[in-house]
Design a protein around this ligand. Structure first.
Ligand code: ADP
Ligand code: MG
Length: 247
């Protein structure tokens, strides 16, 4: 590999902008994600984090700006094409369809995602991925019989079934109890150790500090700080928006 290639970021977001009616939910956002890093995306409620992930994953098309994966422009591709390019994620409002059991919820993603496996291979892959994410409930159980953390694990296994190089996590750790949270943090860390690059939106600052080398802080659709968690979260502008939210 050449030095030039080695130094190219995996993800580059440039001047990304998206409006909902008159509201600039994401407003000229630029940042890069290096290969094998875990980047934290933080900011108060409504600051544009989920919209930003929707723009990167192809669920929304930006009006302005560009997304590059490994140097290739992927802006405006469909979610399926973005998945084939190597980006998958868990999303804040994702639901596990109750019509399918746990295994088949994951198998479907392996059949229609990047790898297009046949049903037998997809089910075997689903079992492997459910093991990988620490899912211990019966594979034939349906969503209504499973715990919240089981749902979270199925969602994550579905994303991994796309065989992504870049994983987007939108508050995947939210709502877990303290024991589950530690298990979740350990799992995210081990996925990164296996070579996955990760962008995580998270409110749990303990998780951000323990997993992320860098964070990007959004407020009202704009980047207001970026850097190491310690430096960015201590920035006076960042402290102000968080105090504003708490008030
Ligand atoms: N589908 C939508 N239609 C209209 N407004 C939206 C929609 N989704 C998000 N918004 C608005 O865009 C802003 C950013 O939302 P969001 O990206 O969900 O923020 P965050 O994930 O940081 O909480 C908020 O003001 C929110 O109300
Ligand atoms: Mg959100």
């Amino acid at each position: 590999m050449t030095a030039g290639r080695a130094s190219q970021p995996l993800l580059e977001v440039r001047e990304l902008t998206h409006h909902f009616g008159g509201l600039a939910a994401v407003d000229g956002v630029s940042f890069t994600v290096e290969r094998s890093e875990v980047l934290g995306l933080v900011g108060p409620n409504g600051s544009g984090k989920s919209t930003l992930l929707a723009l990167v994953s192809g669920r929304l098309a930006p009006r302005v700006g560009e997304v590059r994966l490994g140097g290739t422009i992927i802006t405006g591709l469909t979610p399926e094409a973005v998945c084939r390019a190597g980006i998958a994620g868990t999303f804040q409002l994702a639901r596990i369809p109750d019509a399918l059991d746990a295994r088949d919820n994951v198998a479907v993603a392996a059949m229609y995602g990047r790898r297009r496996l046949g049903i037998a291979a997809a089910r075997a892959e689903a079992d492997r991925l459910l093991d990988r994410v620490g899912f211990t409930a019966p594979r034939a159980a349906h969503g209504s019989a499973l715990t919240y953390f089981d749902h979270k694990r199925i969602e994550l296994a579905r994303a991994l079934a796309c065989d992504p190089g870049l994983l987007l996590l939108d508050e995947w750790l939210a709502g877990l109890n303290p024991t589950e949270l530690e298990a979740g943090i350990t799992l995210v860390r081990s996925l990164n150790a296996d070579g996955l690059t990760i962008v995580m939106v998270e409110h749990v600052m303990h998780a951000i500090r323990s997993l992320c080398a860098h964070v990007v802080v959004l407020s009202a659709g704009r980047v207001i700080a970026a850097g190491t968690p310690d430096a960015a979260l201590a920035d006076p502008g960042v402290v102000r928006v968080y105090l504003g939210e708490a008030a």
